[in-house]
Design a protein around this ligand. Structure first.
Ligand code: SAM
Length: 248
């Protein structure tokens, strides 16, 4: 078959600075805002009419994992990381063509210094993700009410209770003042973002299902915005946010 050469039309700027901790599908963390910044050859005309759509489809490249190649069978987290299914029966990032597809909320279209910037919510995308295409989400065609969901029939539940240390509470307030693009109901709220991310349990599936006794001693970390978020698990289904550590 003829090879097709594709070039990104834009780049994602997102609060997720590393792969660990990113939700496994869009819409699971509504407080996660991102920007899609289009290349300068895609002017205002290229998005004319898009603002009328509440959601868009984004085709993107799994750029962070593409060098690792793919295997015909994968272990989806929804099956506890123990059972295998075919790569084409999964949404794995490790695919023959490393292309992802996410439906995300379009908050607004901004023209910033002559460049088109789409403001998005509920993304599952790493910072720096190259975007190949955008299409409007068409409810009449894209909602399929009687669709079957295979081994992922239901939405993953946010099962964990998240509490904050005094230090982390204070650091959330400081981050709200420093970081301007996280808005929840019109207010900046890093605390809401952190709660939504951690409630879903970022640990790999095999680790959350096969807990060992040292779990409560272990400190987990992920990079969000401009800080390292640190937390630990306790009482089986609770998380304590320890700190938001910022490099000085
Ligand atoms: N909704 C998309 C899809 O179905 O094609 C992505 C699903 S994939 C399971 C979601 C995961 O992709 C995230 O949890 C994150 O770990 C990973 N991810 C996001 N952006 C990425 C990127 N640019 N490169 C590699 N992995 C990425």
């Amino acid at each position: 078959m003829t090879a097709l050469q594709l070039s990104p039309i834009g780049i994602i700027s997102s609060c997720y600075k590393e792969k660990f901790g990113i939700p496994r599908q869009p819409g699971l963390v509504p407080a996660a805002m991102a920007e899609l910044i289009l290349g300068d050859e895609f002017g205002e005309e290229s998005v004319r009419g898009l603002e009328g759509f509440s959601h868009i489809w984004i085709n993107f490249i799994f750029h962070e994992t593409q060098a690792q190649g793919w295997k015909p069978m994968v272990r989806p987290p929804r099956l506890g990381g123990n059972e295998k299914v075919g790569v084409f029966a999964s949404r794995s990032t490790f695919r023959p063509n490393p292309i992802g597809l996410s439906a995300v909320e379009l908050l607004c279209v901004e023209i910033r210094k002559g460049r088109v910037v789409l403001h998005l919510a509920g993304c599952d995308l790493l910072d720096g993700t190259p975007v190949l295409d955008i299409k409007p989400y068409l409810p009449y065609a894209d909602i399929i009410p009687n669709a079957g969901g295979g081994f992922a029939e239901t939405k993953p539940e946010a099962l964990l209770e998240v509490v904050f240390s005094e230090e982390a509470e204070l650091q959330c307030k400081q981050a709200d003042q420093r970081i301007d693009h996280v808005k929840v109901g019109g207010c900046a709220s890093i605390k809401v973002l952190i709660t939504q991310v951690l409630q879903l349990d970022p640990r790999p599936a095999y680790q959350s299902t096969n807990k060992d006794s040292s779990e409560s001693d272990r400190i987990y970390a992920m990079k969000l915005h401009d800080f390292d978020l640190k937390w630990r698990y306790y009482d089986n289904n609770k998380i304590k946010v320890l700190a938001l550590e910022k490099e000085s």
